[in-house]
Design a protein around this ligand. Structure first.
Ligand SMILES: [Zn+2]
Length: 326
């Protein structure tokens, strides 16, 4: 609790353990299955293998997830967002509640995420940025907002998706600041789900983000390449269009305000983006491996600017789509 970041310039100054560097952190993550580089598609499998895989996926499907979570996901949400989670009672003829935007600060608890150039933990940056975006979205009066976490705790990737589904979220935004081996690379980027990565750098980022579940223990089935392929194929065309739409809005909002990677809208098999019925996007707000990006993301003023750009993107998204409205 003493390390809980706030919206001021008080992010914890995490220091690397002796002999450890962000580069080593990335290397450790590289032991994860390389989901984004999966080459065996569903159609390439034998029928019995395909049937077995689909059966093994049943617990991951949205309906099954909803049935399993029940009210559990509600109670697992923190009191921090408590006031924003209760829709007005729906009575005949009443206006529908405003759309619910689910914010997902990456990592947390025993999973620090990327460790920055000077030792900042990604989990603290993502939590502080999500809290700021929550504040800005609520200030518009147009949305309900829920967070997958608002304290420093570990949540498996599957659990994050299930929370969004349990809340019938209209939009899912995962917030991160990863590290790359090349400390010269900087800038924000935006990711949507696809079976194959758009480029090798994106494959590495997806691999790194998906490996968060390595912290959760051995029973992680969702990171197998074959399962990743199937999950990607389950995403409906409508959801895919919505995800692309919000990604484009985020990129265009960022364009005039913060530095971007080249080709800033990319795609790969991110586990946390797999909800078949909720347009989902993952935003890398910068790279902790870059000295300038890390320094900027430690500043509350910079995080407020990033959040402001994302709020504008959410505004344009809902103004130009009917998803989640009504
Ligand atoms: Zn991350």
């Amino acid at each position: 609790m003493a390390q809980k970041p706030d919206n001021g310039d008080k992010l914890p100054t995490d220091r690397l353990l002796p002999g450890k560097s962000f580069r080593q952190g990335c290397t450790a993550k590289a032991a994860a299955p390389l989901a984004a580089e999966a080459t065996s598609g569903l159609l390439g499998l034998s029928l019995p293998r395909r049937t077995a895989l689909i059966a093994s996926l049943a617990p991951l499907l949205p309906q099954a997830a909803l049935a399993r979570t029940g009210t559990g996901a509600h109670t697992s949400l923190s009191t921090h967002s408590h006031n924003t989670l209760h829709a007005p009672a729906i009575i005949r003829g009443a206006a529908p509640p405003p759309p619910l935007v689910m914010l997902d600060p990456g990592h947390g608890g025993k999973d620090p995420g990327a460790v920055g150039y000077s030792g900042t933990y990604e989990k603290h940056v993502s939590e502080a940025a999500a809290a700021e975006l929550e504040r800005q979205l609520l200030a518009t009066g147009r949305y309900r907002v829920a967070l997958t976490r608002s304290s420093d705790r570990f949540i498996p990737l599957e659990g994050r998706v299930e929370m969004a589904q349990a809340h019938k979220a209209s939009l899912f935004i995962s917030m991160h600041a990863d590290a790359l081996h090349d400390s010269a690379v900087r800038g924000a980027s935006v990711y949507t789900l696809a079976g194959a990565a758009s480029d090798s750098q994106t494959a590495m980022i997806a691999q790194s983000e998906n490996s968060a579940d390595l912290f959760g223990g051995p029973h992680v089935h969702a990171t197998s390449p074959e399962v990743q392929q199937i999950l990607a194929s389950l995403v409906s065309e409508e959801t895919r269009r919505g995800s692309t739409h919000i990604a484009n809005q985020v990129v265009s909002s960022f364009q005039s305000r913060i530095s971007l990677l080249s080709h800033p809208h990319r795609h790969a098999a991110f586990v946390v983006l797999k909800a078949a019925d909720i347009p989902s996007v993952l935003v890398e707000m910068g790279f902790m491996s870059n000295r300038s990006d890390e320094a900027a993301l430690r500043q509350a003023g910079h995080r407020a600017m990033v959040a402001g750009a994302m709020r504008d993107a959410v505004d344009r998204y809902f103004a130009t789509t009917r998803i989640g409205v009504g």
